[in-house]
Design a protein around this ligand. Structure first.
Ligand code: AHM
Ligand code: MG
Length: 356
């Protein structure tokens, strides 16, 4: 749901989609920090450091075809049972270093690590924030020059500053996020983030090495015509999803059906396109993956927060708002339906009528 802040800005016609001067990420973060309810400088520094790591990773991704040591798989299998790509490992290292250097983060939960990473230098121990991240989402697309992304989610820790962070600091529901965002390494590189006052997009300008504001307030269409799902899994889908797919493929002029199928296989890229154009991304549970594939902490929650802040919706397809799910495990998975409000609600309707 759009916040009062966004509605007021839309009403007063204060949305500037493209500015006539370059306003950088750092400038915007500082301008907006007065609206933040906790200590002002901390989150700003943290977001700024995420921007810095994004530039370093972006640089390597752009040069991936030319670097001999950066493409391809490592010998490691991560906690998800997936082979780690070299760029997965590199991106994780860059983000971890930048976050520790900010001195504002006490620990990280990452897709690539079995357990939480605890920072125990004095500055980090005394800091207030923890991060959940997927350093490089869409890994299977790295080697073939298709868009990938980084996803992050920021929480205030529950444990006392001055002590080491514990798992419970990360097992908070998504509605407790203080900020979240992603970086998409695509035809251009963009950083999109929210602190609960709308969703804002920045485009990387390589000539000055800065992220510049390009989408001040991103508002997603209430309905769209794009559906994104891995249809290769069709036979394993719940009955509700099979029926929904039949519905979107039917010819019906008044509702602009059939819809268009678009699936990149990088959540960040599929979500980003749907956010701008209107659409729905679905990763349901399947017969072989009863909890779906997408991870709650560092994929679903941040994307759900951004979606809601842009006027969209995110559920598990069974009537539960993603942001209200209380996690019990760091690498917990959940079925995921996210995007334009009316489209998500339609999927919910089919799921409640036909179920699994
Ligand atoms: P990853 O974080 O290991 O890359 O996995 C998550 C990705 C999502 O970005 C994407 O939407 C999905 O997995 C694609 O999965 P599939 O190949 O099963 O369609
Ligand atoms: Mg991922």
């Amino acid at each position: 749901m759009l916040s009062k802040f966004c509605k007021k800005r839309i009403k007063n016609n204060k949305i500037i989609m493209a500015t006539n001067r370059f306003i950088t990420l750092d400038e915007v973060i500082i301008q907006r920090q007065s609206a933040f309810k906790y200590a002002k400088g901390e989150l700003s520094r943290l977001l700024s450091n995420i921007g810095l790591a994004a530039k370093i990773v972006n640089n390597s991704i752009n040069r991936a075809g030319l670097e001999t040591n950066i493409l391809g798989a490592t010998d490691n299998i991560n906690v998800q049972g997936e082979t780690q790509q070299k760029l997965d490992v590199f991106a994780e290292e860059m983000f971890t270093k930048a976050l520790q250097a900010s001195g504002m983060v006490a620990g990280i939960a990452s897709e690539e690590e079995d357990d939480i990473i605890i920072f125990d230098d004095e500055l980090s121990l005394n800091s207030n924030y923890v991060i959940c991240m997927d350093p490089l989402d869409g890994s299977s697309n790295i080697d073939v020059n298709v868009s990938v992304g980084t996803i992050f989610s920021i929480y205030r820790r529950i444990s006392k500053p001055g002590t080491k962070v514990v798992k419970e600091d990360f097992l908070q529901p998504g509605n407790k996020q203080v900020a979240a965002g992603y970086i998409i390494y695509g035809s251009s590189t963009m950083l999109v983030y929210t602190t609960g006052l709308g969703t804002t997009g920045f485009t990387y300008e390589p000539s000055i090495g800065e992220f510049c504001m390009s989408n001040e307030l991103m508002v997603t269409p209430e309905k769209g015509k794009i559906y994104s799902i891995n249809e290769g899994n069709y036979l394993k889908f719940p009955e509700g999803i099979k029926r929904y797919l039949k519905y979107v493929q039917e010819i019906d002029k008044p509702t602009s059906r059939p819809y268009t199928s678009r699936y990149i296989g990088s959540l960040v890229a599929d979500f980003h396109r749907n956010l701008l154009k209107g659409g729905v991304y679905i990763y349901p549970r399947t017969a072989s993956s009863p909890n779906g594939k997408i991870r709650l902490l560092y994929e679903c929650n941040p994307i759900a927060f951004l979606a809601e802040q842009a006027g969209g919706k995110a559920t598990d397809g069974y009537g539960h708002r993603i942001l209200d799910i209380v996690p019990t495990e760091i690498h917990q998975r959940t079925p995921f339906v996210v995007g334009s409000k009316e489209m998500v609600e339609k999927v919910e309707e089919f799921m409640s009528e036909y179920g699994d």
